[in-house]
Design a protein around this ligand. Structure first.
Ligand code: G
Ligand code: G
Ligand code: NA
Ligand code: MN
Length: 253
């Protein structure tokens, strides 16, 4: 039995779940939302990493149903948080193939309606690399998503090509500084220079800047002093099952 067959089965038997990792304002620690990270718990293989099965899904045509499932679980979570009194956003990762999927816009619109979630509570994260695979097509799709009112974010920023020209052309509201520049920030002057430059660039372009991979308090404080907007990482919180987020928020109150 191949991984493709296993993944197809997993989509039908509830083995696919979403964990969420919180994101907070660096200035005051207010939690503004979370990133959805897909999880696959296979009864025999154990946990299979998305780094392993996303490429399989992309090659086999299962990425459409998988993305729909992640969006559905994520927006259901947002609806649940809203009814518990927490107005939080969710960020969902899009893969390269999803940026070429003409059905995606209708799917996103349908799921926002189904869960009665305002469009701006959903952020879709794309990497520069996935945009560059077919820029004309990706840019057109991003504009359609933006027209729905969904927020768009450039993930792993700084690791791709054409960062600057594409930042200008993409209808994005946010950049996420790749964690390779962030995790060791306090020990590396070059990373400090890079992160400072991205933060300034974001400010001048009117983009929210998120630092990912914040593992230590000292990194948090340095990023806050640079004027970076938001942080995500183990220092704030690890990815957790959806049902754990509200109890986790209560422990912070
Ligand atoms: O959290 P984790 O280490 O398992 O994530 C590994 C990689 O998988 C990350 O690059 C992340 O962006 C990606 N990933 C996690 N969830 C999703 C998802 O729902 N869709 C896509 N396309 N990628 C995801
Ligand atoms: O590619 P993307 O940035 O979407 O992937 C996010 C990945 O980073 C996930 O695999 C997630 O589990 C991981 N991650 C989240 N916070 C931290 C952190 O503080 N340190 C490290 N090393 N990894 C993190
Ligand atoms: Na991401
Ligand atoms: Mn990222």
């Amino acid at each position: 039995v191949t991984l493709v067959a296993e993944l197809r089965a997993a989509l039908n038997n509830g083995e696919i779940a979403v964990h969420v990792q919180p994101k907070a304002g660096l200035a005051d620690g207010t939690v503004t939302g979370a990133e959805a990270l897909v999880r696959w718990e296979h009864p025999e293989l154990g946990r299979v990493s998305p780094d392993e099965f996303i490429p399989v899904a992309e090659r086999s045509g299962l990425i459409g149903p998988l993305t729909t499932r992640v969006l559905d679980l994520s927006l259901a979570a947002v609806a649940g948080w809203r009814s518990a009194g927490h107005d939080l956003g969710i960020a969902v990762n899009l893969s390269t193939r999803s940026l070429h999927d003409a059905d995606l816009v209708d799917e996103v619109a349908r799921l926002l309606r189904r869960h009665d979630v305002p469009a701006d509570r959903l952020t879709l994260e794309v990497t520069e690399g996935s945009v560059m695979a077919d820029p004309a097509r990706a840019v057109a799709l991003l504009h359609q998503l933006r027209d729905l009112g969904v927020r768009l974010s450039v993930d792993d920023f700084g690791t791709g090509y054409s960062s600057l020209s594409y930042l200008k052309r993409l209808p994005v509201q946010e950049v996420k500084i790749d964690r390779s520049f962030v995790t060791g920030l306090t020990e590396d002057g070059e990373d400090v220079a890079i992160v400072r430059t991205i933060v300034d660039l974001g400010r001048h372009l009117g983009l929210q800047v998120v630092a990912e991979g914040v593992e230590e308090r000292s990194t948090w404080e340095l990023l806050a002093s640079m004027g970076c907007d938001l942080a995500q990482g183990w220092y704030l919180g690890r990815p957790m099952p959806i049902g754990e987020l509200v109890p986790w928020l209560r422990t912070r109150e």
